[in-house]
Design a binder for this molecule. Structure first.
Ligand code: FA5
Length: 339
């Protein structure tokens, strides 16, 4: 076949090609190992002198032309095929209801939202704070200087750059005081981390919700009122609580607020370490050092703070016996709670 015959043949084949799959065959026919153009180039060995130069140049131009034409045709056909696919009737009926089960909220999200609703209705703002913070915010700013024995109660995970995962939501107190000043009412829920052994009521990753209220004349009575109000609304019934002294360097005086274990009805079980009571919400009057560090005049203002164990609250509200189930990712367990 001479050059003109090959070109004519190529143009006809390109004209007739209508599927992208066929174009590979076409490429092999002209440019493959035994293709017409490759063979024409191989035939040059029988030609010599000036004719070899002219013919060689013409065949090489045809080769380039063929490569470009085939590539352009492939693009044109693919575009056409895509357009046909897009415009074709859908392969499925959009009006048929989905068989995928609807998702559900995690029990901690449900109690967190409930608490947020309760406190927002009492004028508290809801603040966010990162999980990664530093030694100053987590400890020093809340009156736990380096080498203070209280640090032993909250070991955590440290990053190589010296930052750490917050052990309690109290880590946000300083930033929020500096952001708003006094008077102030805010809650700040968040994930906390502690490097400690796990059991039915302890996790290394759990949720707390901190609350602070700062104003002139805030006293322990205000604290007790807000705690009782929150618990009765979350549980939608009266809950037996007990307040006992508790030490936290960032409050003075400090209390442990325990609720009667709702899993065993106060008789004692692994969820409450067999005591019948569950530590749920330590609280107290904000230490003047913490107010001062947050830029608040501790002579003029007083305030209360609490650190509610949201994860434990979810356990009590929904009767979840083992805290580890909450991080288990077992959807059959976690998807049964609705409000
Ligand atoms: C604190 O974290 C204080 N920052 C709380 C506080 C805030 C006190 C403001 C006074 C004023 P504590 O370590 O006790 O305190 O934790 C508070 C609550 O978080 C506990 O009562 C418990 O409900 C929950 N909690 C603590 N550690 C764990 C854990 N490992 N697993 C699950 N919940 C936990």
């Amino acid at each position: 076949m001479n050059i003109e015959e090959i070109r004519k043949n190529l143009n006809e084949d390109l004209e007739n090609a209508s599927e992208s799959g066929k174009l590979e065959e076409l490429r092999v026919k002209f440019l493959g190992k035994k293709g017409h153009i490759t063979e024409a180039l191989a035939g040059l060995r029988n030609v010599s002198g000036e004719e070899k130069k002219t013919l060689g140049g013409a065949i090489n131009r045809l080769k380039k032309e063929a490569e470009i034409l085939i590539a352009e045709k492939i693009i044109a056909i693919k575009l056409k095929e895509e357009e046909l696919m897009v415009n074709a009737a859908p392969l499925y009926d959009l009006s048929v209801p989905s068989k995928t089960a609807a998702g559900s909220y995690h029990p901690i999200t449900l109690v967190q939202r409930k608490c947020e609703e309760i406190f927002a209705s009492m004028g508290f703002t809801i603040e966010e704070y990162p999980e990664v913070t530093d030694d100053y915010n987590c400890f020093e700013a809340v009156n736990i200087p380096k080498d203070h024995p209280a640090r032993d109660m909250q070991d955590t995970y440290y990053l190589e750059n010296g930052q750490l995962l917050k052990t309690h939501t109290s880590a946000a107190q300083n930033a929020i005081m500096k952001k708003y000043g006094a008077p102030l009412r805010a809650i700040f829920p968040g994930r906390c981390f502690r490097n400690e052994a796990t059991d039915a009521c302890h996790e290394n990753t759990f949720f707390q919700m901190e609350g602070i209220m700062i104003d002139t004349d805030i006293s322990i009575s205000n604290l007790i009122y807000f705690m009782k109000k929150m618990l009765s609304e979350v549980f939608e019934k009266d809950i037996e609580v007990r307040l006992r002294p508790g030490f936290f360097p960032f409050v003075e005086p400090g209390f442990e607020l325990d609720i009667s274990c709702l899993i065993c009805g106060g008789e004692g079980c692994p969820s409450c370490k067999n005591s019948g009571w569950l530590e749920l919400c330590p609280c107290g009057m904000i230490h003047p050092n913490v107010l001062k560090e947050g830029g608040i005049d501790s002579e003029k203002y007083t305030g209360f703070a609490f650190g509610l164990g949201l994860t434990r609250l979810a356990m009590m509200k929904y009767g979840i016996k083992d805290i580890r189930d909450l991080n288990s990712g077992k959807l059959a367990n976690l998807s049964q709670f609705v409000s």
